[in-house]
Design a protein around this ligand. Structure first.
Ligand code: PLP
Length: 423
């Protein structure tokens, strides 16, 4: 029998096991083969462990299972060597102690809000929060009897005034989505700490590289950092994943209980893709940053553009706050927006976007391909709606990894071909 012949060459198996195996049908042998490869395999990337079922050594081990700690394995949804490894690397990146992986950045937001809020509570969000975070507050949270208020992210006093005994969670984002204002993060986080309210930062832009979410204020920071790993950690525009990172064990266990009950685990192949992206992430982030600043500075000189919104540019709102947490020579993501001069209609700005060849029309960011999206700002803001209604159309760019000269030529061509044709 070929199966038993091959077993003769396999060391480290017990004789009785061989005898048993030889009595089995091929159907069963193919499932219960005793060979295991030698330990100690080393390669640049870790192995990928795929599991729903985790096998226990005996009933005692099964009864003693603990899904809360990384002492062992219980079920694929609660962790495998692949996901534990990614969790530990991301905790180190952001300066946290505990990490949960979830299927998207938005799922990370949902994990936090659903774990920490109950009927009668109130959550505060910045008016420039990631849009779907606000939509969740207006949809699911409102339906569950959880109230929300939008605060002016550029006015810490406004946040302070809105905190009440009902406030159970404050969301922070730096800079704000699309409009790129950098808030006074130090003051906002301090207000939350002083008032004893849990603070959660959407740290996707900073990515754990531009500033340290748990220590940016002389060793203090926010309580929770969520990160859309979909963006820079993936770096490919091809994987969806999110993380929820904390430094507090009790808070982590509360988040983990909801993570477990809602079934928010991730697949091993996606975790592997993120693990592959991490070693090059700091280099990519810097390259995106350098290219985006060059293009932002060039666009600021163009007559078609009324304003460039990039926190590292001195004329951009919140520039001093960016400096305060990222440093005077600090990093920024490869993301910025421009406001067209008011003489350009929305249709002309659409024509500009359509004329771009290297910048593709698409959501998300952090991948190799440069992206562009035109936005209707007044509809997206409450506290600053009137001010946005006075301004021209906003376009956001995510700068990829193409050559800056080629991207600048693409922008110039599109300005000349469409919107610029009107001047
Ligand atoms: C993309 C993004 C998210 C959501 O991430 P997904 O993985 O696309 O769900 C959340 N917050 C910010 C700031 C983002 O840019």
């Amino acid at each position: 029998m070929r199966f038993c012949e091959s077993l003769r060459f396999v060391r480290h198996f017990c004789e009785s096991r061989l005898a048993n195996m030889c009595g089995m049908t091929p159907q069963t042998q193919l499932i219960h083969h005793p060979y295991s490869p030698p330990e100690g395999f080393a390669a640049p990337q870790p192995g990928v462990f795929k599991a729903s079922t985790v096998i226990f050594a005996n009933t005692a081990a099964m009864r003693a299972r603990d899904w809360q700690n990384k002492l062992g394995y219980t079920y694929g949804l609660h962790g495998t060597p692949t996901t534990f490894l990614l969790e530990e690397r991301l905790s180190a990146l952001e300066g946290g102690l505990q990490c949960l992986l979830v299927p998207s950045g938005l799922a990370a937001i949902a994990n936090v809000s659903l774990a920490l809020l109950k009927a009668g509570d109130e959550v505060l969000l910045p008016d420039n929060a990631y849009g779907p975070n606000k939509a969740m507050a207006q949809g699911e949270l409102a339906a569950y009897g959880i109230n929300h208020q939008l605060y002016d992210p550029m006015d810490p006093a406004d946040l302070a005034a809105r905190i009440s005994p009902k406030t159970a969670l404050v969301w922070l984002e730096a800079p704000g989505s699309v409009s790129m204002e950098f808030p006074d993060l130090v003051s906002l986080a301090r207000i939350c700490r002083e008032r004893g309210v849990t603070s959660a930062l959407d740290n996707t832009w900073g990515a754990g590289l531009a500033f340290a979410p748990f220590t940016f204020d002389a060793g203090h920071g926010v309580d929770i950092s969520i990160h859309a790993l979909t963006k820079y950690p993936s770096g490919g525009g091809d994987v969806l994943m999110g993380s929820v990172i904390t430094r507090d064990d009790a808070l982590h266990l509360k988040l983990k209980a909801t993570h477990m009950r809602l079934g928010l685990g991730v697949g091993a192949n996606d975790a592997e893709a993120i693990l592959r992206g991490l070693p090059s992430m700091a280099l990519r982030y810097r390259a995106h940053d350098v290219a985006a600043r060059e293009l932002a500075q060039w666009l600021a000189t163009r007559p078609e553009i009324a304003q460039v919104l990039h926190p590292a540019l001195p004329a951009s709102p919140g520039h001093a706050h960016w400096q305060a947490v990222c440093g005077p020579q600090g990093l920024a993501a490869g993301l910025f927006s421009v406001v067209f001069d008011k003489r350009f209609s929305s249709a002309q700005v659409d024509a500009f976007c359509d004329a771009l060849k290297l910048f593709k029309l698409g959501f998300s960011w952090g991948g190799p391909i440069s992206l562009v999206v035109p936005y209707q700002m007044p509809a997206m803001r409450q506290t600053s709606r009137a001010a946005w209604a006075e301004q021209g159309v906003l376009v956001r760019f995510s700068v990829g990894l193409e050559s800056v000269a080629d991207l600048q030529a693409d922008l110039l061509n599109a300005l000349n071909a469409s919107a610029g044709a009107n001047t």
